[in-house]
Design a protein around this ligand. Structure first.
Ligand SMILES: N[C@@H](CCC(=O)N[C@@H](CS)C(=O)NCC(=O)O)C(=O)O
Length: 212
């Protein structure tokens, strides 16, 4: 068994707690039952050592047996190759998971992130309809794709971790009000014990930093 270390910030403000992207990685590691440790990097002083692992000075990054990987999607894919519980090994099934993993980040999060940023800090005159329309178009397609009880690629996979985490933030900001299938999918995903553990652990990590 190799040593896996996940790095996240030592502290973050209250608002992003429970939504920092190390949660995606914790969630996958918990689903797979892979042992890991969590390391911290300073939130306030992002030094050269941080940039050496994450060139945008963000988190998370993962260290696995001498390999350093950044981008939550790349990390999820890497972990998927280590466990059938995260990504099946049959080529056709694996291709489906990979496609949906990219879709979560490159088609849905690409639309949800600008909307989320503007929802947190609305510009004068409100959120441009182009931004809202971009997200609604993606959510409408997801609404058609997500059938009750099903996961994106058949069985639960890293694609669902990415997609559910992306939609979870939209839900937090009220953006799934007209998309009941997306809401139900998020609710089903976050009810999983591995998510619950990952979420509690992230909250505890940042709470411990408050206590110094
Ligand atoms: N595409 C990157 C995004 C990483 C990202 O946005 N990380 C946030 C925390 S969830 C961060 O470090 N924010 C601080 C910043 O951008 O300065 C990934 O998925 O790993």
């Amino acid at each position: 068994m190799t040593a896996i270390t996940l790095t996240t910030y030592d502290w973050v403000p209250d608002l992003p707690r429970g939504y920092v992207r190390d949660l995606r990685v914790r969630w996958a590691l918990e689903e797979a039952g892979l042992p890991y440790t969590v390391a911290s990097t300073p939130f306030r002083d992002r030094d050269a050592q941080h940039l050496a692992h994450q060139p945008f000075a963000q988190v998370p990054w993962l260290f696995d047996d001498g390999i350093s990987i950044f981008e939550s999607g790349a990390i999820l894919h890497h972990l998927g190759t280590k466990s059938d519980r995260l990504m099946p090994s049959a080529p056709a099934d694996r291709a489906k998971v990979t496609a949906w993993l990219f879709a979560a980040l490159n088609s849905v999060e690409a639309a949800s992130l600008p909307w989320s940023i503007l929802t947190f800090s609305p510009p004068e005159g409100g959120i441009p309809s182009s931004i809202t329309g971009f997200l609604t178009a993606r959510l409408s397609r997801m609404e058609a794709v997500l059938s009750p009880g099903a996961w994106l690629a058949g069985s639960f996979s890293v694609a669902d971790i990415a997609m559910a985490d992306v939609l979870r933030l939209v839900d937090r900001l009220g953006g799934l009000a007209d998309h009941p299938a997306c809401r139900a999918y998020v609710a089903r995903a976050v009810a999983r014990p591995a998510f619950q553990k990952a979420h509690a652990d992230q909250m505890a990590h940042f709470a411990a930093a408050d206590r110094g």
